[in-house]
Design a protein around this ligand. Sequence first.
Ligand code: GRF
Length: 203
Amino acid sequence: MAGEVIGVLCSGRGTNLQSIIDAVASGQIKAPIGVVITDKPGVMALERAGKAGIPAVCIDRKQYGSREEFDRALLGELKKYGVTLVCLAGFMRLLTAGFIRAYEGRILNIHPALLPSFKGAHAHRDVLAYGAKVSGCTIHFVVEDMDAGPIILQAAVPVMEGDDEDSLGARVLVEEHKLYPRAIELFLAGRLTIDGRCVRISE
Ligand code: GRF
């Protein structure tokens, strides 16, 4: 699609947002970020957007009674800024079916583990508790089931003796910051095709 516009949704510190901002600046990602939206006030992601001159909007989750109402507000903002590709970057909310339908095949997420293992909000803790020797990160299309959509790219890192959530998280994050811009680049180049559970990447 010509004239793509990216919307990034975050809930916190926004280091993945920063990697996307930097990749737009370097020309790796060939579409602008139209808006950054958070569901919490005062988070670092808003500051990062402000510094980069990108419109930053907080839709405070506390102001909304239901997920449906929240998602309607979210959709309204995304449409207002002409967003065609939604990138979840540490966005700690599940999206409703209505939202996902509105951006079918156009919502990406990053998860800090090798899906389908270790879904959910505490991936590093769960990896360590399970005793896995390898972890990593996954970029996938978003479907209604949490962390279950077709996988676009993955990168692996070793789990080291003595790792805690912080040290493992930091090792995974280095890969996240390379992988997300690459996945967005592939999406924008029209090289991703969803084929059932699989994502085909064309030359
Ligand atoms: C990342 O580890 C991402 O994989 C997960 O949430 C974390 C967000 O970190 N979904 P940041 O806000 O991008 O720094």
